[in-house]
Design a protein around this ligand. Structure first.
Ligand code: PLP
Length: 392
């Protein structure tokens, strides 16, 4: 049985603030902080390379813990400074033939959106946004019909978007991609650390995530899973770690995840990522999902009963991201007013979600995003609801 009081003791940050920006950058546990600082101190004493040699065990732990967190093998994981970098590197290595289509969702992350358009221009492919069903979820029927038409080179979707509580049917998409033999890239930035995410069950070829959100790792960390045996082309750009320079005019790209690796890393942060992944596994993702579901459910329900408040989350299942707005109030003003009362939320702008905006026919407003984690308490959320009631 997990003890929330113990989790909060491990989280010094929650003493000073009601922290509801876990979808932005969560509070790191003290164990993570300690590991990072210890490594920085080691670097100060012996220099960065010697420190890295001495930390070999900790870095191996990072690979094993991160792989373990998503059900991958250690050799299938490679590290980056964030999820966008990991995702872009993956996209650049997907084999696409001119004339093919890339299918994505209305809720795709802004950075992925522009990345897809760039690759479309570069490779001569076309990006097609699969519409949502009546409940606001990626429409599986349409996806299947589009896959059946052939000429699809890639399906790139998100598990949970950044700007709402939506959950996309990642496993069902995996089944379809396997059936049609199409490469599947999943952006799991918001789901890793929040839910149990298992790459085998999802059936994706590529999966990217960041450290700083629900995994609670330091900033500047991210990783990519590459299924062993996934069909990939050469990455858009190669370096001497992912590639071997084997002659004056020759190189060879290493197979799988290794081919996408690069040399330099913030080693201290990467060690912190390993400790955070171990912590997440110790807490247990089945329990985390349940707890986050209960807390976010409570917040949505209670906010929904406040006159003048509109809750925006749609979907069959919902994540820990709660979005709402107040009638007659700018959401930016609400975020600021809450911050002045010691509650940290964030603002979600429609301009960051062009395809969502398009699907909503231009009517999606800026919303307040309150993203809960397992260490939040019912008492904290009751207080937030009271504050919102006063603002509304
Ligand atoms: C935050 C986020 C990203 C980008 O992660 P970075 O680490 O900032 O690059 C990508 N996709 C989703 C859904 C996100 O929420």
């Amino acid at each position: 049985m997990v003890d929330v009081a113990e989790l909060r003791e491990d989280t010094p940050g929650c003493a000073g603030v009601v922290f509801l920006d876990n979808a932005g950058a969560s509070l790191v546990p003290r164990q993570v902080h300690r590991a990072v600082v210890e490594h920085l101190e080691l670097e100060m004493r012996v220099g960065g390379y010697e420190a890295q040699d001495l930390a070999e065990g900790a870095l191996t732990q990072t690979t094993e813990q991160v792989a373990g967190l998503i059900g991958a093998a250690p050799g299938e994981v490679v590290f980056f400074e964030g999820a966008s970098q990991a995702w872009s590197q993956a996209l650049g290595a997907v084999e696409l033939v001119p004339g093919q289509r890339v299918l994505t969702t209305t809720s795709e992350y802004a950075s992925n959106g522009v990345g897809l358009l760039r690759v479309a221009r570069l490779r001569g492919v076309r990006v097609q946004v699969v519409p949502d069903d009546a409940e606001g979820v990626l429409d599986l029927g349409v996806l299947e019909a589009e896959l059946a038409r052939g000429d699809v080179g890639l399906v790139a979707i998100n598990h949970m978007p950044t700007h709402s509580g939506l959950v996309n049917p990642a496993e069902a998409v995996g089944v379809l991609c396997r059936r049609f033999g199409v490469t599947y890239l999943l952006d799991a930035c918001q789901s890793v650390g929040q839910w149990e995410v298992d790459v085998e069950r999802i059936g994706c070829d590529l999966l990217s995530a960041t450290g700083r959100k629900f995994v609670r790792a330091p900033r500047g960390t991210g990783f990519l899973y590459v299924r062993s045996g996934a069909r990939l082309g050469e990455p858009l750009l190669v370096n001497h770690i992912g590639g071997e320079w084997s002659g004056a005019q020759e190189y060879r790209v290493l197979p799988g995840a290794a081919g996408l690796a690069s040399f330099e890393h913030a080693v201290a942060a990467q060690i912190g990522l390993g400790v955070a992944a171990r912590y997440a596994r110790w807490v247990g993702m089945v329990w985390a999902r349940e707890r986050i579901g209960e807390l976010s459910g409570l917040l949505r329900r209670e906010l929904g009963q406040v006159a003048g408040v509109r809750v925006h989350d749609r979907g069959r299942e919902l994540s820990g991201i709660v979005t709402f707005s107040l009638a007659g109030r700018e959401s930016a003003w609400v975020v600021k007013a809450l911050r002045e009362q010691g509650v940290r939320t964030s603002l979600s702008r429609p301009s960051d979600q062009v395809w969502t905006q398009e699907a909503a026919q231009g009517s999606a407003p800026a919303v307040v995003r309150a993203s809960v984690h397992y260490y939040n308490t019912e008492t904290e959320l009751e207080r937030v609801v009271e504050l919102v009631r006063a603002l509304a």
